[in-house]
Design a protein around this ligand. Sequence first.
Ligand SMILES: [Zn+2]
Length: 72
Amino acid sequence: MSAETAYCYHCGKHHPIEEMRQVVTKGGKRWRCIKSIEATKKPTSERDAFGNTVTSINRSLNQNRMKAQIKE
Ligand SMILES: [Zn+2]
């Protein structure tokens, strides 16, 4: 049995380390409790923003490709 705890940057308090996961943020590696991760289901909002950017780039590439095919 471990009494180890870590500071949860999401809740601003300490939790048992067994209930936590290390996550990578802009400020480096930090601890966050699994409960808060599960509650939001978004470990990094940056990843979502990046995914949306890629999707819109792919969309515009496909549109350009379609225009090119029409010209041919
Ligand atoms: Zn927490």
